[in-house]
Design a protein around this ligand. Structure first.
Ligand code: MEV
Length: 308
């Protein structure tokens, strides 16, 4: 059986999405995650860049995957003896690109493929969330949806749908090279929400409003306004202590080199940022500037990647 998913970036709405506000995420189909599964191992066996060995002894960082595999076999009504899982990933781990959800999604797709069973989007989502709950504590489900989506998605409270896109801009995603800790930033914001609700809640509501306006910008090709919305979202997230000096530095470098807007993306305090540029030429200039400002890696993303 074979299953493929991909990395993702959140255009806008990370963190506020955990509080029921909407978010917009984009699958990055050029950054692939692949899982293969076959019968015939002496016991369940798992091979990835992070770990090679018995499924029973997966390290703590991967125990969510084991739970998803168990839930998946239960759903399928299968009790095989020795399955061999092989993961090949282009999605960097702990960079806000959805690697944990992407692995779980690829494994679930591979198992359904192995047993030649149809897999609908809701079942896939539910099985990936089994893993995400262990990996992240209180996941909105945004990563679970975005890493297996065909098109950009609008997500709110577990409901998701594909978005119509008319935007002509090009995105640059850059990795700070520093591990993000989604679990930690989500937990810290939760503690802050409880302690200083009157300070935190208006910012979360504002991030929701920015997201709704961003949806209109995507549908009506308004890149300049979308850039402004991204800048404000970054400022709101920074005020909620989700940014870091490295992320701020890359955001400033992108803006100084002609980006229309830039913000951190994903869990924050490390991980990745995203910049919006007018065209491919502007995007490659921004990517160069980001590498010169310390980014470890950059990806250029155009909407033409999505199926029409
Ligand atoms: C992580 O990619 C996105 C967050 O909003 C967490 C979540 O949605 O579960 C930070």
């Amino acid at each position: 059986g074979h299953g493929v998913t991909c990395g993702k970036f959140i255009l806008i709405g990370e963190h506020s999405v955990v509080y029921g506000e909407p978010a917009i995420a984009m699958p990055l189909h050029s950054v692939r995650m692949s899982a293969r599964v076959a019968h015939g191992a002496p016991e369940h066996w798992f091979e990835s860049e992070l770990y090679q060995g018995p499924l029973a002894r997966l390290p703590a960082s991967l125990t969510g995957i084991k739970a998803a595999i168990e839930a998946c076999l239960e759903e399928l009504g299968e009790r095989p003896d020795g399955l061999n899982f092989i993961i090949e990933s282009e999605v960097p781990t702990e960079r806000g690109m959805g690697s944990s959800a992407a692995v779980a999604g690829a494994v679930v797709r591979a198992l359904f493929d192995l047993y030649r069973r149809p897999l609908d989007r809701d079942t896939l989502f539910a099985l990936v969330q089994v893993s995400e709950r262990i990996a992240h504590g209180n996941p909105s489900g945004l990563d679970a949806v975005a890493t297996s989506a065909a098109a950009p998605i609008h997500f709110q409270r577990g409901e998701f749908r594909d978005l119509p896109i008319a935007l002509t801009g090009v995105f640059v995603i850059a990795d700070t090279g520093i591990k993000g800790g989604t679990r930690q930033t989500v937990a810290d914001l939760g503690a802050r929400f409880a302690a200083e609700r009157s300070e935190v809640e208006p910012r979360i509501l504002r991030l929701g409003k920015l997201t709704e306006e961003a949806r209109g910008c995507l549908a009506h090709d308004r890149p300049a306004r979308l850039g402004e919305l991204m800048n404000e979202a970054h400022a709101q997230l920074a005020a909620l202590d989700i940014s870091s000096p490295e992320l701020d530095r890359l955001v400033e470098a992108a803006l100084a080199h002609g980006a229309l807007g830039a913000k951190l993306t994903g869990g924050g305090r490390g991980g990745c940022m995203v910049a919006l540029c007018t065209d491919a030429e502007a995007a490659s200039a921004v990517a160069q500037a980001l590498l010169a400002s310390g980014a470890r890696q950059t990806w250029i993303h155009r909407f033409e990647e999505y199926p029409a």
